[in-house]
Design a protein. Structure first.
Length: 131
């Protein structure tokens, strides 16, 4: 799909894998949906002047982290969520998606990867497959 490297965090240490894949530099941008104890690991995996964007906190909204990493690496850690945004803001995002992303889907430049297809009567099997 164009990725240079995929990391299965269940099978390998993603910090070490990121460092290895980047020649020790670290990631310039980390998009984090996990939070919790991953915050410190993100700081470790980030490159100098890297950016970390928190978009969810599936492992918890509270974390213990060594903030000296932020200072030494000059990191930017920011976050965002759409839930409290105005309807107008969400509508602008929807319009931008329609203008910029939907055409890519329509021409199949971007397409989902499906390894199996199930009949609707076996939708439960599709859910099992995703799990």
């Amino acid at each position: 799909l164009g990725a240079d490297r995929a990391i299965n965090y269940r099978e390998e240490d993603f910090v070490a894998a990121v460092k290895d894949a980047t020649g020790g530099k670290g990631a310039d941008v980390i998009l984090d949906m996990v939070g919790g104890d991953y915050v410190q690991r993100n700081y470790d995996a980030a490159a100098m002047e890297g950016r970390i964007v928190q978009i969810a906190v599936q492992a918890g909204a509270v974390a213990s982290a060594d903030f000296s990493k932020i200072m030494v690496k000059r990191l930017t850690h920011t976050g965002s969520t759409l839930r409290p945004r105005t309807v107008e803001f969400k509508a602008a995002i929807a319009a931008a998606l329609e203008a910029q992303v939907w055409p890519l889907l329509g021409t199949r430049k971007v397409a989902p990867v499906m390894d199996m297809i199930f009949p609707l009567t076996e939708a439960w099997r599709a859910h099992e497959r995703m799990e």
